[in-house]
Design a protein around this ligand. Structure first.
Ligand code: UDP
Length: 327
């Protein structure tokens, strides 16, 4: 297949590009390189530009016979989204609307959309299933839900098939150590813990130890970025086979507390990791765990990596790329 990957120079997108290439597919990347890294794309064809620029996208579609799209390009930081709703709606919702329109104009009818468990807000049930009501509590989640809904209406009117994949805490790196996570600034727990293990941070702050959980710190459901990339390919194949639209949650059905992540990272790296407890971070629900029963049943998706491998592959990337992509 010839797959257009938007945001293919970003963390998750670049792992999807690698997974496609490893399976003998062609990946064509569109990325504006605002957050992404040229080196993350590998040998795939890269177009630098905006997914919201329909003339540019018409050219991309004209020059490549695209069978389907994986859409990762988005801003994705919850905290930032709360102070920059204009940028988030503009970059995520408006730009995506043009992308979807370009697809329809160019007769490309299949899209796997990178959604998020943040569309569920403070979930009414754990684990979160596809039937759990979606009530986002931050701008980021709202923009992703708006895109899910837009896809539904584009599907009804124009026959655009979509599969929305909702996931939460993605971590780890490609087992080769060649690509990995390079966010600037970094805000996520596992890379920050590993920066502290490598001595590039003095210590790690654990936000809150008074949550109603076993050890008082928040619990999150971690999924390896390579497992996630595989799910995108399975979703695309499923959608093409069935000519349908659907949504799937992707998680492990279990979770790890922030303190458990810290302890696992100490064990995996063999390094001391100084830490201190700080106040809760606003907007953090105590427990987020997703069920992926439906994805396992219908897509045949099976996770290959557990928390040890998530941390050890991320550590391999951190050790071999202390300055990330260095760009
Ligand atoms: N966290 C933390 N210290 C940090 C960064 C994150 O204690 O320096 C906590 C955060 O409060 C949350 C969990 O780690 O409970 C996961 O946060 P992350 O930002 O990695 O992902 P999110 O759950 O926000 O998607």
């Amino acid at each position: 297949m010839n797959i257009l990957v938007t945001g293919g120079a970003g963390y998750i997108g670049s792992h999807a590009v690698a997974a496609l290439c490893e399976r003998g597919h062609q990946a064509v990347v569109v990325d504006n390189l605002v957050k992404g890294h040229r080196a993350a794309v590998g040998d795939a064809k890269l177009y630098v530009g905006s997914i919201g620029d329909e003339q540019f996208m018409d050219r991309v579609f004209a020059e490549n016979k695209i069978d389907g799209v994986m859409h990762f390009a988005a801003f994705s930081l919850v905290g930032e989204s709360m102070s920059q709703p204009y940028e988030y709606y503009n970059n995520n919702v408006c730009e995506s609307m043009h992308l979807f329109h370009s697809m329809v104009k160019n007769g490309v009818n299949h899209i796997v959309f990178s959604s998020t468990a943040a569309t569920f807000g403070e979930p009414l049930e754990i684990p979160i299933s596809e039937k759990t009501p979606q009530n986002p509590i931050n701008t980021y989640g709202e923009t992703k839900l708006a895109m899910e809904k837009m896809l539904k209406w584009f599907g009804a009117a124009y026959g655009l098939n979509s599969i929305c994949l909702r996931y939460f805490n993605v971590a780890g790196a490609h087992p080769s150590g060649k690509i990995g996570e390079d966010h600037r600034p970094e805000t996520h727990l596992i890379p920050i813990v590993l920066q502290a293990a490598a001595g590039r941070r003095e210590s790690i702050s654990i936000f809150g130890d008074d949550y109603p959980t076993a050890d008082g710190s928040c619990v999150r459901d971690y999924i390896h970025v390579t497992d996630l990339a595989d799910a995108h390919i399975l979703a695309l194949e499923y959608m093409m086979r069935k000519n349908c639209s659907d949504a799937f949650n992707l998680g492990s059905g279990g979770g790890y507390s922030n303190l458990q992540i810290l302890e696992t990272a100490k064990r995996v790296t063999g390094r001391p990791i100084p830490s201190k407890i700080e106040a809760r971070r606003p907007g953090d629900p105590p427990v987020l765990i997703a069920s992926s029963d439906k994805a396992e049943r219908l897509l045949g998706w099976k996770r290959k990596y557990g928390i040890e491998e998530i941390i050890s592959t991320a550590w391999k990337w951190h050790e071999s790329h202390p300055n990330g992509y260095g760009d």
